[in-house]
Ligand binder design. Sequence first.
Ligand SMILES: [Ca+2]
Length: 205
Amino acid sequence: MGIQISTNSDSSLVYNNIVYNQGYYGINIYGGANSIVFNNVVFGNLTTWADSSYGEIVVQNGATTYLYNNSIKSASVNGIYIDSSAGSGVGIKNNIVYDQVGGYYAIKNEGSGVTAQFNDFYGSTSYGSATQDQNINENPEWDANYRLTSSSSQGSGHVRDGGVDLSATFTTDKNGIIRPQGPGWDMGAYELTLISPPTNLRIIQ
Ligand SMILES: [Ca+2]
């Protein structure tokens, strides 16, 4: 197990972590209410318990859990698994879930009151009834470190600048870069920063 929030742990914050190569789940919200899981990079977990029923990020007993701006790459399990024991009300926004091999779910939802908006579910579908709106399915074109690149599609309805403003909850990315860079929030754990060349240079002499 990478990170687990246990019972009676309300208002936990799980953020800015890289979680990989764990035998079981990457992150498990096993209890408590109002946990927020954001800006995490989670991939390649469940190495000894590769049960495809579960996921890189799991919500089991936690009530009213929020999963924001995580970058998840799944190979032989689901990206996000919401168990039937999860309390009603899971909000899933601005995440990138990249299904490396196909055949698994971006969200396997067996809970209730789950809302998924402004996520990129590349190569994946979702299972179970969740309220879905503004989700996309495009290659994030990220690099080996799960960062967006200049090749990442940009604008409304795309992985770069197409996320929703979550500044009421947090205002930086995994590395402390202020969100947003450019006209909008990026999906995933990292906000892409591109240094633009100056446009006001003049030859004086
Ligand atoms: Ca941006």
